[in-house]
Design a protein around this ligand. Structure first.
Ligand code: 9D3
Length: 234
């Protein structure tokens, strides 16, 4: 998969893709991630990317020309890709949207800044608008890190076998069960006896109960959405 990210702050993104699972996926050739500076696609001396809003009002608006030049120059390289604008007005990201985007051959991710981007970018350049949740960020860059991470880990071969097992358990729509490692007692707090019992069937049942109970308490919305949680009474 190829991922291009267009931003006015390339250094904000570069470091995020140089560690752990994303780095390994890049090194293995599973994903080709390229970061582009929007200002490289301006043509004035000041490399201007924003301007005052028509009709007045607070803040600045990102000009259309640099976005069109940037995305069209990337598309000229063949493979058109799907252009995704990160914006508070987009569809809220969830795992099913991540799965759909992860199945694309190429993504071109546009990071907005200032009060927003000229509407013609949304209407005539962008294929899809995505938000990562209902809170205010300073721009699309942190959202791009989130989106790229979630998409890359779904690429075949990106995860080691231990990591994929964890992925499967989240795919059933429940929160994780409580986890412990050594020592069996720490500051007087003991690991539940059942985990030390060696009874694998009992451990499995306990973990499932914990997942369901924890999900019921913390994220009942997930139980409403999940297809069939065995033992759920709703
Ligand atoms: C406080 C400014 N708001 C006034 C109505 C609008 C606004 C514009 C631009 C709020 C945030 C931003 C910058 N955020 C993003 O570009 C962004 C974002 C977000 O803020 N939250 C969740 N997902 C995303 S994706 C891009």
């Amino acid at each position: 998969m190829r991922i291009d990210v267009v931003t006015i702050f390339p250094p904000l993104l570069a470091g995020a893709f140089e560690h752990s699972i994303i780095k390994r996926a890049r090194d293995r050739g599973i994903v080709d991630i390229q970061i582009h500076d929007l200002r490289d696609h301006t043509d004035d001396r000041h490399r201007t990317v924003d301007d005052y809003p028509y009709g007045g009002g607070a803040g600045m608006v990102m000009k259309p020309e640099p976005w069109f030049r940037a995305v069209e120059s990337l598309r000229d390289q063949g493979n058109p890709g799907r252009a995704i604008l990160l914006t508070p007005q987009g569809k809220r990201l969830d795992q099913s949207l991540v799965q759909r985007l992860a199945s694309e051959d190429r993504l071109i991710i546009l990071c907005g800044r200032y009060e927003g981007v000229d509407e013609r970018v949304r209407e005539h350049l962008v294929d899809e608008e995505v938000s990562i949740g209902d809170y205010v960020l300073s721009g699309g860059e942190p959202a791009a890190v989130v989106l790229v991470d979630a998409v890359v880990r779904l690429q075949p071969g990106a995860l080691g076998s231990a990591e994929s097992t964890v992925e499967e358990s989240f795919a059933d729509g429940l929160l994780e069960y409580p986890q412990y490692t050594r020592p069996p007692e720490f500051r007087g707090w003991r690991v539940p006896d059942i985990l030390l019992s060696g009874d694998h069937g009992a451990v499995e049942r306990w973990r499932r109960e914990q997942q369901i109970e924890r999900t019921r308490q913390r994220r009942p919305d997930l139980l409403d959405e999940s297809d069939d949680v065995s033992g759920a009474t709703t």
